[in-house]
Ligand binder design. Structure first.
Ligand code: HPA
Length: 234
């Protein structure tokens, strides 16, 4: 047991999917994993272990934002020896050519968060995906006939920013989408010498102000899950 996860040693797989929403973790366990068993419900942030294509995979909710995912990623890497962590989440597009429902793979993550300036004493660290996981995910998506967008995402500490046009600066420098967890996940994977990847579906667009319907979210969610699970067991 770690402070925030009630699993016993060995109950969490080496490969873990990380949705922000704990009910999403439950949904993934019930619909994509065989024989899933719940190992934690501390704070109602659920975690399950089951099998995909006969290989052990876990799915752990992380909550929203850097402080929350930081707690779960630290404990998964440090206390449970997790080797591959794949975040499956949603993001807001900040590019005209990236539409709602599109699949985005985060190669790197910029951030407005203070965590890495604190951690590195004012120096800049560049949170980067595992090339191995990224290549596998990209190739898997292509093989299924889907073309993911791959690049830099913005990991923001604020969903509701003071300046609603703040995203435009990031977009000017080529960032693809905004979310709230990846910079910390990639930094911690680097710290513990593990592999991490973030796969996102675009749920809304800061450019066009469109948002996905529940049905559209379901289709793109299933695509993201297939890519994430194939990558997890590869
Ligand atoms: N901002 C931050 N995180 C998000 C967004 C957004 O617009 N959409 C989905 N996750």
């Amino acid at each position: 047991m770690s402070i925030h996860i009630a699993a016993r040693p060995g109950e969490i797989a080496e490969a873990v999917l990380l949705p922000g929403d704990p009910l999403r973790a439950k949904f993934i366990a019930e619909n994509f994993l065989a024989g899933a068993v719940q190992y934690t419900a501390v704070r109602n942030i659920f975690g399950y272990t089951g099998a995909y294509r006969g290989k052990k995979v876990s799915v752990q909710g992380t909550g929203m934002g850097i402080p929350s995912i930081s707690i779960y990623a630290n404990e998964l890497f440090r206390d449970y020896g997790v080797k591959r962590a794949i975040r499956v989440g949603t993001a807001g597009s900040i590019r005209e050519n990236i539409k709602i429902r599109d699949l985005v793979i985060a190669m790197s993550a910029s951030t407005d968060s203070g965590v890495n300036s604190i951690r590195f004493g004012g120096r800049n660290f560049a949170p980067t995906a595992s090339f191995n996981l990224l290549k596998t995910a990209y190739d898997t998506a292509l093989a299924k006939g889907w073309l993911p967008q791959v690049g830099n995402v913005v990991c923001s500490d604020m969903f509701y920013t003071e300046d609603p046009e703040e995203w435009k600066l990031w977009a000017k420098f080529g960032a693809l989408a905004v979310e709230m967890e990846t910079a910390e996940l990639y930094t911690l994977a680097a710290k513990y010498d593990r592999e991490a990847l973030t796969i996102l579906t675009i749920s809304d667009s800061l450019v066009s102000h469109e948002a996905t319907t529940a049905e559209e979210r379901q289709i793109s969610f299933t695509q993201m899950m297939e890519v994430a699970l194939e990558t997890a067991v590869s």
